[in-house]
Design a protein around this ligand. Structure first.
Ligand code: TXA
Ligand code: MG
Length: 323
C-alpha cells in the first residue's frame, strides 16, 4: 500500500524518514511530482527505474535544498554560480562535472561523470530535502512513456502500490519540467526546454546553444551521451577465457581473468544497483592485466533486466568515433 502523507510537519518528517531508509516517496515540486529516492543508495535508485518500468537507465536529476549542498556534489563554474544565484530555487537544472567528494551513486547519473542538479522552488519539497540531508534523485513520478503528473491523483493512478508514499502538496504550479542546461562544455547548451525560458537565460548570460553538447570524452568509452567501458563487451557468455573479464549474474563461470558479480542470487534490482560500478571495476582490472574483453553472462529480459540489457547491448555495439 502507498501511504498518503499530508503537507504537515509530521507528513514531511515521515517522507524524509522513508527516503533515508531507502524507500521511494513521490513529492510535489513547482514543476511536476517527482519520484524521490536517496541518490547515495544504489538500491533505492534501482527501485526508481523498476517502479517507473523505465526501459533505460537515463540519468536522473538530483534535488537539493540549497545551492551550497548542490555544489558540494559538482564542480561549479562561475557561470553555474551566477545562474544559481539568479534562478534557484526554481525550474532550472544544471549539468556539471561530478565532484571527487560526491557520494551520488553512478546509477543515478546513468554511469556518467556529470550530474544534473537543481533546487526546486517549492516550500514542501525544500522542507523534505532539508530533512533528508542527502541528494534526492527524482524523475517525474509517472510510469515510463506516460505524461508527467501534476497532482497526487495522477501519481497514484500509475504508481499506487509500487511506491512507499506520496506527499500531497496540492497541484504543481508550473506544470512542465525544469529547463536542463549543460554547462560541461565551453558554451552552455540547452538539453531540455522547461520552466525557465530560453529568453530568460539568454538575457542573463547571453546566447545558449541548442545543439548536442560537444564534450570531449575522458577515456575511449566515455562519450557525451552514455558510459561504455573501454574493453569490448561480449554478451550472453556461456563460457569465459582466462584473458577475459567476467560480468557474472548468478553463480560465476569458472576461469575468468577477473570477475565482478552483479547479483549472486539473480536479483535484478541488485544487478542494476551494481551495474556501472561493476563495469568500471572490470575496466580498471583490464588496465593492470591483459584482458581483451568483458564477457557478460545472460541476464533475463524481464523487469529491470530490460534496462540492464539495453545498456549492455549499447556497450557491446561498435563504437562511435570519439570526436
Ligand atoms: O522538473 C523536473 O526537472 C522534474 C522534477 C521532479 O524535478 N524532474 C525530472 O527529472 O524531469 P527526469 O529524471 O525525468 O529528467 C531528467 C532529464 C532528462 O532529460 C535527462 O536526460 C537529463 O535530465 N539529465 C539528467 N542527468 C543528466 C546528465 N548527467 N547529463 C545530461 N542530461 C542529464
Ligand atoms: Mg519524465
Amino acid at each position: 500500500m502507498t501511504e498518503r502523507l499530508a503537507d504537515t510537519p509530521a507528513g514531511i518528517a515521515r517522507a524524509a524518514e522513508l527516503l533515508r531508509a531507502g524507500e521511494l516517496v513521490a513529492f510535489g515540486t513547482e514543476t511536476v511530482y517527482g519520484l524521490g529516492a536517496d541518490a547515495t543508495n544504489a538500491y533505492a535508485v534501482a527501485a526508481v527505474f523498476e517502479a517507473k518500468s523505465r526501459p533505460r537507465f537515463n540519468p536522473l536529476i538530483l534535488h537539493y535544498p540549497d545551492a551550497d549542498s548542490a555544489f558540494a556534489d559538482v564542480e561549479a563554474s562561475d557561470l553555474a554560480r551566477r545562474l544559481a544565484a539568479m534562478f534557484w530555487p526554481g525550474p532550472l537544472t544544471l549539468v556539471l562535472p561530478r565532484s571527487e567528494a560526491s557520494r551520488v551513486t553512478l546509477l543515478a547519473s546513468g554511469g556518467l561523470d556529470t550530474l544534473a542538479v537543481r533546487v526546486p522552488a517549492h516550500p514542501t519539497a525544500l522542507a523534505v530535502l532539508r530533512a533528508v540531508a542527502r541528494p534526492v534523485a527524482a524523475p517525474s513520478a509517472n510510469r515510463s512513456g506516460q505524461v508527467s503528473p501534476t497532482t497526487v491523483a495522477h501519481v497514484l493512478s500509475e504508481l499506487e502500490g509500487r511506491i512507499a508514499a506520496v506527499l500531497d502538496s496540492g497541484p504543481c504550479p508550473v506544470g512542465v519540467e525544469s529547463t536542463v542546461l549543460d554547462l560541461t562544455s565551453a558554451r552552455p547548451v540547452l538539453l531540455r526546454p522547461g520552466g525557465v525560458t530560453l529568453e530568460a537565460i539568454d538575457a542573463a548570460i547571453g546566447p545558449v546553444g541548442t545543439g548536442k553538447p560537444v564534450s570531449r570524452p575522458r577515456s575511449p568509452g566515455m562519450l557525451a551521451s552514455h558510459y561504455a567501458p573501454a574493453l569490448p563487451v561480449r554478451l550472453n557468455a556461456r563460457c569465459v577465457a582466462a584473458d577475459e573479464a567476467l560480468l557474472a549474474f548468478g553463480p560465476p563461470l569458472a576461469g575468468a581473468g577477473a570477475t565482478a558479480q552483479l547479483s549472486l542470487t539473480g536479483c535484478l534490482v541488485e544487478a542494476a544497483a551494481n551495474l556501472f560500478a561493476s563495469l568500471r571495476a572490470l575496466d580498471d582490472a583490464g588496465k593492470n592485466h591483459t584482458l581483451r574483453a568483458i564477457a557478460v553472462m545472460p541476464i533475463p529480459e524481464t523487469g529491470l533486466g530490460v534496462a540492464i540489457n539495453d545498456r549492455l547491448r549499447r556497450a557491446a555495439a561498435p563504437r562511435q568515433e570519439a570526436t
